[in-house]
Design a protein around this ligand. Sequence first.
Ligand SMILES: Cc1cc2nc3c(=O)[nH]c(=O)nc-3n(C[C@H](O)[C@H](O)[C@H](O)COP(=O)(O)OP(=O)(O)OC[C@H]3O[C@@H](n4cnc5c(N)ncnc54)[C@H](O)[C@@H]3O)c2cc1C
Length: 362
Amino acid sequence: MSHHPHETPILDFNPEPGTFVATLVQNKRITDPKHTQDVRHIDLSIKDPGFPGYYPGDVLSMRPRNLAKDVDDFLEYNGWTSIADRPLTIFQNLSVHFTKNEDEKEKLREFVSPEGQDDLYSYCHRVRRTTFEVLKDFRDVQIPLDYIMDLFPLIMPRSFSIASASLTAVQKQQQQQQQYQSGNNNGGSDSRAIHAVNGDLTTGIMDGELEWKVGLCVAIVNYKTKLWKWRTGVCTRWLKDLPSIEDVRAAAAAPSSSIEKSKTTETGLIAREPAQFSIRIQRGTLKLPKDPNVPLICIGPGTGVAPMRSFLHHRIYVQGATENVLFFGCRKRNMDYHYCEEWEQLEREGRLKVFTACSRDQ
Ligand SMILES: Cc1cc2nc3c(=O)[nH]c(=O)nc-3n(C[C@H](O)[C@H](O)[C@H](O)COP(=O)(O)OP(=O)(O)OC[C@H]3O[C@@H](n4cnc5c(N)ncnc54)[C@H](O)[C@@H]3O)c2cc1C
């Protein structure tokens, strides 16, 4: 039996204004393991008292981080390991002044000239080169340390349509008050757990603390380029292996003989704490009709079903609407029909009508 050191993967984010700390509750694959595409249902929990909540169709954004191994390789390549104690983000941006090699200078000049734009585009985008690969192509380029902050801007946040619905903050406060009152009437020692309308609307108020739950439906980006090189997405690769509360519980409950199979952090250590990171909520552009009697038709194939799930949960669980139709498309019913059981259950209950198009089954 081998022993693993433990590690706490709380991410050392610098909170930006307007962001809130989210804890990863669940990170579950919802496509069949044999299917080529890995799509996750992700649940986040937000307990910040200042969190204003969200509306159906809103978008959550998060700023991913480079994986430690990628940053280490990059620092080592540049000879910066002895001076860098924090990860750097990388981006394509090179100057002709950073190389003494005349061929490289000429190529860089060509790339920044108006005539060279097609070549530059093709060089960077056709095979989706990373900055690190660009640096390796231009071997004599040496980036002066003073230019690091100019050359490597922060990674941009990624947006994800929220795939769940929540009570509004006001409704939550009212529920909380009702809960306390009924608790007091009963002699009320138990201040835990309000009865949520549906498991996805809220995980409840635990010991008087408001908790918001946000669901996401995320496709992990992993594909082959025209040159048959594997490429992964910065945010989704980072998100894919973050430990959730469920992973941490499973690791704690697992017999030591199966400890190898439990979720590890990117450095290969067993996760003892779930991941936390900051998120921001942006207002969505689509709006639901106020009147729940107005019929609703949702069209959302693949992960495009995420905002539709948010709308449908709000209509069904908050407003009690029954005139709801969903058009969903995927490749194979038994491979990538997201939330299939949930839709079928709602159909049986007469609260939803679903039309599917599974292209590879036809
Ligand atoms: C408003 C909004 C809502 C969104 N909602 C969702 C959502 O609900 N679920 C979801 O999964 N995503 C959603 N996205 C997309 C999401 O924001 C990210 O763009 C996506 O997750 C990829 O991010 P990444 O950092 O993993 O990939 P990046 O590192 O940003 O790389 C992605 C790059 O890979 C390319 N690429 C991806 N797949 C292939 C392929 N097969 N062949 C060739 N090139 C490819 C892309 O064009 C892109 O250039 C949404 C985006 C927006 C703007």
